[in-house]
Design a protein around this ligand. Structure first.
Ligand code: KIV
Length: 281
């Protein structure tokens, strides 16, 4: 499948599939499965690096993982997620760090959380496509009252609506709407001409994005309501590791088929040589 272009994504107002990846093997599988868009999310922090939130994630960590994902999925549209404080301080920072995703990691676009008008405009002016992100923005979860549904009350629904329109107006090619009531999503998706990709935002979106370790059941601790878990990899991996341990303890591994063989005459020669050497000492 050919990599989507920005004009193709902008006009795809239906059924966009998007998943996160943080490493080479998962990126390879995502590409093989024909998923439209790959995101190296800053969820890297909680799903792979063991941080308590996305806040500690650094640009260098994001670049390191984005490079691996690009190597695994050379033909999939790839977005790098701008981590906390990589764009908030200045437009210069925003452009420099967005540029790193493109130049060093081979990403096709970046994602910015929140309606940071000046920073997003500066990144776009540098020629880098931007995916917007409204609703629940985990990097500012403390201000929003935690990782919880946004837009349930009038004032927060209005803010999310206005932010979404602003993100389209300043030139984002699509937006992510995270954790908002499905009725609000419907209003926004009907209003915007660019695609609205939802996570916990209901079925009226133009596409869906999920965190891959969540749908594979790899991370056992946190399971929000909006996740559909397709596998229970965590327990499948634990079973496999226990079987390996048992096999070693019970001398069932390695079996003959896992071992390498030396030719019988080479073995005999080796034994004789060692014997001679030992006798000579
Ligand atoms: O970091 C992330 O994984 C995200 C989600 C929207 C999927 O931002």
């Amino acid at each position: 499948m050919a990599k989507l272009t920005i004009p193709e994504i902008k006009s795809k107002k239906e059924k966009i599939t998007m998943l996160t990846a943080y490493d080479y093997p998962i990126a390879q599988i995502v590409e093989k499965a024909g998923i439209d868009i790959l995101l190296v999310g800053d969820s890297l922090g909680t799903t792979v690096l063991g941080y308590e939130s996305t806040i500690p994630v650094t640009m260098n960590e994001m670049i390191h993982h984005s490079k691996a994902v690009r190597r695994g999925a050379p033909d999939t549209f790839l977005i790098g997620d701008m981590p906390f404080l990589s764009y908030q301080i200045s437009t210069e920072d925003a452009v420099r760090n967005a540029g790193r995703f493109i130049k060093e990691a081979g990403c096709d676009a970046v994602k910015v959380e929140g309606a940071h008008k000046e920073q997003i405009k500066a990144i776009l002016k540098a020629g880098i496509p931007v995916l917007g992100h409204a609703g629940l923005t985990p990097q500012t979860a403390t201000i929003l009252g935690g990782l919880k549904v946004q837009g349930r009350d009038l004032s927060s629904a209005e803010t999310i609506y206005k932010d979404s329109i602003l993100l389209e107006e300043i030139g984002c090619f699509a937006i992510i709407l995270e954790c908002v009531p499905h009725q609000l999503t419907k209003i926004i998706a009907q209003k915007l001409t660019i695609p609205v990709i939802g996570i916990g935002a209901g079925s009226s979106c133009d596409g869906q994005v999920l965190v891959t370790p969540d749908i594979l059941g790899l991370v056992s601790c946190f399971k929000p309501k909006f996740i559909k878990q397709y596998l229970n990899l965590n327990s499948q991996i634990e079973d496999a590791l226990n079987k390996f341990k048992d096999d070693v303890h019970k001398d069932k591994f390695p079996a003959e088929e896992h071992s390498f063989k030396m030719k019988e005459d080479t073995l005999q020669s080796l034994k004789e040589k060692l014997k001679e050497n030992n006798n000579g000492q």
